[in-house]
Structure formats: structure tokens, C-alpha cells
Design a protein around this ligand. Structure first.
Ligand SMILES: Cc1cc2nc3c(=O)[nH]c(=O)nc-3n(C[C@H](O)[C@H](O)[C@H](O)COP(=O)(O)O)c2cc1C
Length: 195
């Protein structure tokens, strides 16, 4: 495959397009688009989100010690984008987008109501990366939309329809089609055992 060098930059995709919900001590809840987010440990269950130290959301998380990371359905791309353009320092993003929140399992924690997958996190630590803070949160609960649970215990991924961000291209896409089963498809390339 012929390639072009892009240099030392941050082009990589797909990335999740998530909305981080946080609040300040005065009770003002905020929404922020974050694509540098993802689960980074199973034991203990841990979510990481990398936030510029100047974000209102970062100040909120340090102030109250909780946040939620919420998957965004593709149909909310415009509303979610606004949450990546305006700051809660001077803008009520709920008023502009019509998005809403609901209570999580933990007192005070707020979740995005329009999201089919909410990850409730308690701040645990952070890593300083220049201007950014890689915030680690212990996952205390995950809420998944009930409609996705179809017969025989399987989950219908189409119900989530997650918005996907193509970092570097600055484009939002939707997920596309399932191509294979993880932890299984690769088995077909293992040599057959002769015993
Ligand atoms: C697609 C997209 C992805 C973004 N991802 C991040 C991110 O991962 N971390 C970050 O600090 N800012 C990110 N931003 C920028 C913030 O969302 C933006 O600065 C926002 O206004 C901060 O809001 P706040 O000050 O209310 O917290 C992203 C913006 C967009 C449009």
C-alpha cells in the first residue's frame, strides 16, 4: 500500500463521539463533546477522557469528582457538535440543543437522557499531558437502552447507532455494518490442531 506521511499530528480514526456530562458546585450541569475517550481497563473498570485543562468540564470534574461519558446517537450529530464548539463558561448548551439529563445510580451524577449508553464515572486520577489532562474515572455503572436487548440475550447494536468521529478529517459518520465476531473470527487463521 502506498502511503503519505502526515507528520507528528493527531489524525486517527474512528474515534467515539461522546458527550461528557459534568456539573459545578453551583449545580450548573454542562455538556462537552469529547472524542479522546474510551475504556482503558477492565480490572478495575476504568474510563479515560483527555481534557484540555481550560475546559469548563475539566474544572467541573475536579470540583465534584464525578462525570458521565455518553454515547451519541448519529441523529444528534448537530447538537453534539455544538457541545464541542461552545463552552459552558458562557453558554447554556442545554438551551441551545434541547438535550436533557436524568439522574444516574449515584447521587448527583447526571446522564444524557437521549443517549442509549451512559457510563457513570467517579474521578480516580489523572495524567498530565502538556495542556491536556488524561482523566481516569472508575466506572460505577453503565446504563444501556432496554430496546437493544433482543431475544436469547443478544444485543442489537443497531439500537445504539453511535456517532463516529474521524479525527483529522473533522467529519462525523455513522457506524456501518458488522463485519465479524470479535475474539472468534481470527480463530479461523490458527493452524488446525492434530491430536
Ligand atoms: C469532534 C470534537 C471532539 C472533541 N474532543 C475533545 C476532547 O477529546 N478533549 C477536549 O479537551 N476537547 C475536545 N473537543 C473540544 C471541546 O468539546 C470544546 O472545547 C468545548 O467547547 C469545551 O466545552 P466546556 O468548556 O463547556 O467544557 C472536541 C470538539 C469536537 C468538535
Amino acid at each position: 500500500m502506498k502511503k503519505r506521511r502526515l507528520g507528528s499530528c493527531v489524525t486517527f480514526f474512528p474515534q467515539p463521539a461522546t458527550l461528557v456530562v459534568s456539573a459545578d458546585a453551583g449545580g450548573a450541569v454542562n455538556l462537552m463533546m469529547a472524542s479522546w475517550a474510551g475504556i482503558v481497563s477492565k480490572t478495575p473498570p476504568t474510563m479515560a477522557v483527555s481534557l484540555h485543562h481550560g475546559r469548563k468540564s475539566y474544572a467541573n470534574i475536579r470540583e465534584l469528582g464525578w462525570f458521565s461519558v455518553n454515547a451519541v446517537p448519529a441523529k444528534y450529530a448537530i447538537e453534539a457538535d455544538l457541545c464541542g464548539l461552545a463552552s459552558g463558561k458562557d453558554t447554556d448548551k442545554f438551551e441551545l440543543t434541547g438535550l436533557t439529563v436524568e439522574s444516574g445510580a449515584t447521587p448527583d451524577v447526571q446522564l444524557l437522557s437521549e443517549s442509549p449508553l451512559n457510563v457513570e464515572c467517579r474521578y480516580s486520577s489523572e495524567v498530565v499531558l502538556g495542556d491536556y489532562r488524561l482523566v481516569l474515572g472508575e466506572i460505577v455503572e453503565i446504563h444501556a437502552c432496554d430496546a437493544a436487548f433482543v431475544e436469547q440475550g443478544s444485543i442489537d447494536a443497531r439500537q445504539f447507532d453511535p456517532l463516529v468521529y474521524l479525527g483529522g478529517l473533522r467529519e462525523y459518520w455513522s457506524l456501518g455494518e458488522k463485519v465479524a465476531d470479535a475474539y472468534r473470527a481470527g480463530l479461523s487463521l490458527l493452524p488446525a490442531k492434530n491430536d
